[in-house]
Unconditional design. Structure first.
Length: 292
């Protein structure tokens, strides 16, 4: 899973001490390293980003350094109704069963319907990703659907984060022969209103006859698709929330038979939905690791 959900139109926003309006050395997730570093060469001083893209509220970050591991330990030890299984502890990767019901999965697939479009890798079409996708946003009322509302609340409650920090659901469809090659989900610069992506919460909306697993290439783990099964993992290091977690690169394995439906819910360090709905920051709905 990658790409960032589209933003809707942002009113002028105040600046937090850790988010200066025109930082000369904005940092990004480089192609060669998960470390966030300077983008000034790509976008100049980025002065135009400051006012529109500063954080409008003073809500604290969802975690401080060191908070991810304790949160994952609590998640893995609780939520017995969803049978959490610890697939990895360095970093934490947690699998759940029956997180959504068949009826809820059917409704999510129905909402995507004929609105599915070719998936993007980052901000562009690419041969590394061949699935189709639908963003369940505000514009067509998808976020107001009772099923979407209930699932969003459930998943953010399990993750222990405010609902506002979650992006909109990205609903995916993979037909036979389709895939998404190895990639990383943290593609959001720390200076954007929402900050970095902290978690990926991925849920399967269907069984798959063959193939279609989620493979963590650096951990040697492959999760088999199963309707209602979900996986939660971090996109940043516990010790430094501005550094991507290098061990959570993953791929959507080629579907060999059947159709795979699934959904991403990406969760940020700060409120995503408020600035998205306000709509002035041109970088909210883009992958900003490369300065775009």
């Amino acid at each position: 899973p990658s790409s960032i959900s589209p933003s809707l139109p942002i009113s002028p926003i105040s600046v937090l001490p850790d988010s200066p309006p025109a930082p000369p050395n904005l940092r990004h997730l480089s192609a060669a390293s998960p470390r966030l570093s300077s983008c000034s060469a790509a976008c100049g001083r980025c002065d135009s980003k400051g006012k529109a893209c500063a954080r409008r509220n003073k809500e604290p970050a969802v975690h401080a350094p060191g908070g991810l591991r304790s949160n994952f330990a609590s998640i893995a030890a609780g939520w017995a109704e969803y049978s959490p299984t610890l697939l990895s502890s360095e970093p934490y990767v947690v699998q759940f069963e029956g997180l959504i019901s068949p009826a809820e999965a059917e409704r999510m697939v129905e909402l995507a319907g004929e609105k599915l479009e070719r998936s993007l890798a980052g901000d562009q079409l690419s041969p590394v990703r061949t699935s189709t996708q639908y963003w369940c946003g505000d514009e067509d009322g998808c976020t107001r659907d009772p099923t979407i509302d209930a699932i969003t609340k459930r998943m953010t409650r399990i993750a222990g984060v405010p609902e506002e920090n979650a992006e909109y659901f990205q609903i995916l469809k993979y037909e036979p022969g389709q895939f998404y090659r190895t990639h990383h989900d943290q593609q959001s610069a720390h200076w954007t209103p929402q900050g970095v992506r902290v978690y990926t919460f991925f849920v399967y909306l269907s069984d798959v006859e063959a193939g279609g697993g989620t493979r963590f290439t650096d951990l040697g783990i492959t999760v088999t698709p199963k309707l209602g099964r979900a996986v939660l993992w971090p996109s940043v290091l516990d010790s430094d929330l501005l550094t991507g977690e290098p061990k959570t690169h993953h791929e959507a394995v080629t579907v060999e038979a059947g159709v795979k439906y699934a959904a991403n819910l990406w969760i940020h360090l700060y409120d995503f939905k408020s600035p998205s709905r306000a709509g002035e920051c041109p970088f909210l709905g883009q992958n900003t690791h490369n300065g775009r």
